[in-house]
Structures are given as structure tokens and as C-alpha cells.
Ligand binder design. Structure first.
Ligand SMILES: C[S@@+](CC[C@H](N)C(=O)[O-])C[C@H]1O[C@@H](n2cnc3c(N)ncnc32)[C@H](O)[C@@H]1O
Length: 200
């Protein structure tokens, strides 16, 4: 159970109030806080030697930060950054250019949530998403589609962390019960958000 905190405001995905937010883009320190890791080291060891998908990667600041400051700590990380804006040429050129790198590739995916994700079954050991989930999950039907795709593209032993996701607004027991995934919520105290953790 997630305990209540007086200063905690649940995030309501049914409200469209987040549409105005421009891409804030988070680095390692900020992502680890939003995903409820105690330290950058804990986050880096979570992705070390893993096949990782970043859903809604924004301007790829996380990926650039890993490459510039932490590359010696991630072992044989294989990371895919999925971001619809990558399909726009000017965004690719101005904001997201990544050095050619063995660790990280980017996908110019305009992801229609009703369609399958562009990855084969069992492609990832880790999936992470910060401040993007509310953009594409606004109702139970899309949540169901997203979770069934996450189930399909992950391996047994995987762990998925999505933030912010508020437990109040969906029937997670029923929706996740229809997949091979298990779930729990953890509180990212420093960012005051709930994180949906999925695993199998
Ligand atoms: C507020 S930004 C967050 C970027 C980054 N993850 C961060 O934490 O700073 C939200 C991102 O979600 C992306 N997004 C919106 N709809 C999406 C979809 N259907 N599939 C994947 N990403 C999506 C947006 O393009 C945007 O880059």
C-alpha cells in the first residue's frame, strides 16, 4: 500500500491539463528520482547490461547524460529511445542528435497507441518512462493496449517503471490481471509521484 502524504496530489490522467507542457527532458539524476531510485548508482545498476526501452524519450537528455557521464557504469547496455518527435527532421537535427554509439539507438516512432509497438516479442529486460505515460494513456482501453504490448515485448525477469501513474484512476487489478505481468506501486518521495512497477 502507498501511504498518504499531505503534500501529495494524485495525477489525474483523464484531465487534459498536461497538454501544454513542453518537453522538459530529464537527465540521470532527475529520472532516477522520478522512478523512485535512491541514488544514480542504483538506477545505473538497474540498467547495466540490460536491453532497455525509454518510452517517450523527449530530447534524449537521459541518453546523452548516460553517454557523456556514466558510460563506464552501464556495461553492455542496449538502450532504445522511442520518441514520436524523432520523426520530425528539425527535431532530430536540433535536439536529439546522438553520437553514433554502440549502446543507444533511437526510434523515430510515431506511436499510435492502438497499434502494436514496433518491437519483436521479448525484446526488452527493462522499460522506463517518465512524464510521458499521461500523454498517451487517458482511458482504460489505451491502458489495456499499452500493458498488453509491454507484456509482449518484455522477457520473464523484466522490470518496468512508469511514472507518474496514479493508482486512483484505473482498475489495475482487472487490467493487469489479463496479462502475465504482476504489479506494485512505489512512491518516489523526492518527486512526489507514484511509480507503477511491473514485472514477471
Ligand atoms: C513531458 S515529455 C517527457 C520527456 C522525458 N521522458 C522526460 O522525462 O523529460 C513527454 C514526451 O512524451 C512523448 N509522447 C507523447 N505521446 C507519445 C506516444 N504516443 N508515444 C510515445 N511518446 C509519446 C512526447 O513527444 C514527449 O516527448
Amino acid at each position: 500500500m502507498v501511504e498518504n502524504q499531505p503534500n501529495y496530489t494524485p495525477f489525474n490522467p483523464h484531465e487534459k491539463k498536461f497538454d501544454w507542457i513542453i518537453c522538459t527532458d530529464r537527465d540521470v539524476e532527475s529520472v532516477r528520482k522520478n522512478l523512485a531510485f535512491e541514488s544514480p548508482e542504483e538506477f545505473l545498476s538497474w540498467i547495466k547490461d540490460k536491453r532497455v526501452l525509454n518510452m517517450g524519450a523527449g530530447m534524449l537528455k537521459l541518453e546523452k547524460d548516460i553517454l557523456s557521464s556514466y558510460v563506464d557504469k552501464v556495461g553492455n547496455l542496449q538502450m532504445v529511445a522511442m520518441e514520436p518527435k524523432l520523426s520530425r527532421k528539425h527535431h532530430r537535427e536540433r535536439h536529439t542528435a546522438l553520437p553514433e554509439n554502440q549502446h543507444i539507438s533511437s526510434v523515430a516512432a510515431v506511436w499510435d497507441i492502438k497499434l502494436a509497438l514496433p518491437f519483436a516479442d521479448g525484446s526488452f529486460d527493462r522499460i522506463l518512462s517518465t512524464w510521458a505515460f499521461p500523454y498517451y494513456v487517458k482511458n482504460s482501453e489505451t491502458l489495456k493496449n499499452v500493458l498488453s504490448e509491454i507484456d509482449r515485448i518484455t522477457t520473464p525477469g523484466c522490470e518496468v517503471r512508469l511514472s507518474p501513474v496514479s493508482r486512483e484512476f484505473f482498475d489495475f487489478d482487472t487490467i493487469i490481471g489479463g496479462t502475465n505481468l504482476k504489479y506494485k506501486f512505489v512512491r518516489a518521495h523526492e518527486s512526489r509521484v507514484d511509480v507503477l512497477v511491473l514485472y514477471k
